[in-house]
Design a protein around this ligand. Structure first.
Ligand code: MEV
Length: 345
């Protein structure tokens, strides 16, 4: 039996542009996590259950079910990847797979990436193997391409790191140091963000207007780089300005929405240093940067503007294990600065 976890993320700059080779900044949200458990099946059938969906889904039933992406992942790992680690089986053995997740689905908080990371960790854990994080990241990213069609790997990178990262596809994620504590509010619009569809729409628009869209992406990539520096310098007002500018560019790209615009405006008017949508957009969440003294005011404004949920994170560079740069503590969010431990029995 193995149980493994992974956490959510918010993107502070560079979503969409990152799919086209530009950098982006993502912040792990360790206090919102998912857990995948894998046990040998007691009845000889491979099945999936999840707290988000009623019922038990059987593998190989030739029907799409909400956890089909996990079935595909496990089938592929058994066929192509586990043998490389010495696990040679005649065929996939019957397993019971359970998923519990606190990460809202379709909210742009990396729910599917986190489940893929946790499931990959759990399957290897089931066979007593603990691959390095880079390998888990590679495998979960490959699987995510199947889920989202086209994916930069940013969500998966954030799900395996405990520090904010500056990420460019194909390069190792750079853990960012945090120059000063800051507060984030993540407000959910209640409208689903369909990453696969929005990413495809952007792809189509780029085909029609390549110069315009690439110009937006170049600016977004520059913002992500500058934001990484502003985070390291503890320059909160600079961070806020960059987030606001990123939101304008995302709106020009066509991935904001009336709901998201309303939440962004409410946060800004209530005194947020910066606010923007986070994730693929057209729904999902916005993220606002706040000075501690204004967190309650901004939370109230977001609720009044229609947010169905508001999460707050205090991001603090304090030392957990003697490493200021790599182990931020999200106190309010309850992040220990490290991924939660994997339990293998
Ligand atoms: C989705 O959370 C972020 C996007 O940039 C897609 C990706 O990076 O694969 C929209």
């Amino acid at each position: 039996m193995a149980i493994a976890t992974a956490h959510a993320k918010v993107i502070l700059a560079g979503e969409h542009a990152v799919v086209y080779g530009h950098p982006a900044v993502a912040m792990p949200v360790c206090s919102l996590s998912c857990e995948v458990g894998i046990v040998d099946s007691p009845d000889g059938l491979t099945s999936f259950v999840a707290d988000a969906y009623p019922g038990r889904f059987l593998a190989g039933a030739h029907e799409e079910h909400p956890l089909s992406f996990l079935e595909d992942l496990l089938g592929w790992l058994f066929r192509d990847e586990l043998p490389r680690w010495g696990v040679e089986l005649a065929g996939p053995p019957p397993l019971s797979i359970s998923v519990r997740s606190e990460i809202p689905i379709g909210a742009g908080m990396g729910s599917s990436a986190a489940i893929l990371v946790a499931a990959t960790r759990a399957l290897f854990g089931h066979y007593g193997i603990t691959p390095p994080a880079s390998e888990i990241q590679r495998l979960a990213h490959a699987a995510e391409m199947g889920v989202h069609g086209r994916s930069s790997g940013l969500d998966v990178a954030a799900a395996v790191h405990s520090a904010p990262v500056l990420f460019t596809t194909g390069e190792p994620a750079v853990s960012l140091s945090i120059g000063a504590p800051f507060d984030l509010l993540v407000a959910r619009s209640g409208v689903q963000s369909l990453t696969r569809k929005v990413v495809l729409d952007v792809l189509e628009r780029r085909k029609r207007e390549p110069a315009l869209i690439d110009g937006l992406f170049t600016q977004m990539g520059g913002i992500a780089r500058n934001l990484g520096e502003a985070i390291a310098d503890g320059n909160l007002s600079g961070m806020g300005r960059l987030m606001n500018r990123n939101q304008e560019l995302l709106a020009d790209l066509g991935v904001s929405s009336l709901d998201l615009d309303r939440l962004v405006a409410a946060a800004q008017e209530a005194g947020a240093l910066g606010a923007k949508l986070t994730g693929a957009g057209r729904g999902g969440c916005i993220v606002a940067l706040a000075e501690p003294v204004l967190v309650a005011t901004i939370r109230e404004a977001l609720r009044e503007a229609g947010a169905v949920e508001v999460h707050e994170y205090h991001v603090d560079p304090q030392v957990v294990a003697g490493n200021v740069a790599r182990d931020p503590v999200m106190r309010v969010g309850g992040c220990s600065g490290q991924p939660r431990p994997q339990r293998v029995e």
